[in-house]
Design a protein around this ligand. Structure first.
Ligand code: 5GP
Length: 242
């Protein structure tokens, strides 16, 4: 497999073509952005940590029957992925109510709810990723009702798999954002993008400390140190699984 030209440059990642028509290379950058790109910074080493954490989680999902775009880790900052056509939707899974949902519902940060709450957002920077419902998504031609059911079921399954995995690492998975795409090789809907401290809220079970992008959003210190801690603990948790 040979690395080809850059085909997409995002804030936090680059995507390169390869000589395989259905495979691309994701390169994770050290840049981090928040609040719809209003806040931006560079943290040396963050890209490598996100790449490795995402590789562990996506590989774990692949091995447990949830198809993702991840194929293999190529190096510190790069992973080989299946090519997809992006579905511009985000399914957000909440095990507790925190962040923007806590503000929207008027409950305290970390409100414990009896159920798992799923939200749908339209991935659109200009509109600031608004919350939408299934009818909106179908109206915009983004997915069919059947495909939305599939994505919701997969998101629930991802949560069922990752909550216990993080728990083994002494980390509570408070919420996470999941994205999907249509695989160019099979046409099926699979998990795309990343699952990492950039896309999840992760709280230390022992101390309640935040170990995710909220450290950057809320101007807390030690962003990279916390991401490294997540990687180290997940690496140990995965070893125990095997
Ligand atoms: P909130 O709605 O509180 O901003 O986010 C809920 C959860 O989804 C958090 O774990 C957050 O990291 C993730 N999330 C939601 N939207 C985005 C987004 O546009 N980019 C990233 N990286 N994560 C998001």
């Amino acid at each position: 497999m040979t690395k080809g030209p850059l085909i997409f440059e995002g804030n936090e990642k680059q995507v390169f073509a390869t000589d395989h028509p259905d495979q691309v290379i994701f390169r994770y950058k050290d840049v981090t952005v928040a609040y719809n790109n209003v806040k931006r910074a560079r943290f040396k080493g963050k890209g490598a940590l996100d790449n490795q954490i995402s590789a562990i989680l996506l590989d774990y999902l692949n091995r447990n029957g949830v198809e993702t775009h991840f194929i293999e880790l190529l190096g510190e900052k790069e992973q080989l992925c299946r090519k997809i056509e992006i579905i511009p939707l985000q399914v957000v899974v909440h095990n507790r109510i925190a962040g923007s949902l806590a503000a929207r519902l008027g409950v305290e940060e970390g409100f414990r709810c009896p159920n798992t709450v799923l939200d749908l957002r339209y991935n659109n920077d200009e509109l600031e990723d608004p919350f939408i419902n299934r009818d909106h998504a179908v109206a915009l031609g983004l997915a069919t009702y059947q495909e939305l059911d599939w994505m919701y079921n997969v998101a629930r399954r991802v949560n069922e798999l990752l909550v216990p995995l993080f728990h083994k690492a002494g980390i509570e998975l408070v919420d996470m954002k999941i994205e999907f795409g249509r695989a160019s090789d099979t046409g099926t809907i699979i998990i795309s993008d990343e699952i990492s401290p950039d896309t999840c809220r992760l709280w230390d079970e022992a101390t309640g400390e935040r170990m995710d992008k909220d450290r950057f959003r809320l101007d807390l210190s030690c962003v990279v140190e916390n991401y490294r801690n997540v990687l180290n603990r997940l690496t140990e948790a995965i070893k125990k699984e095997e």
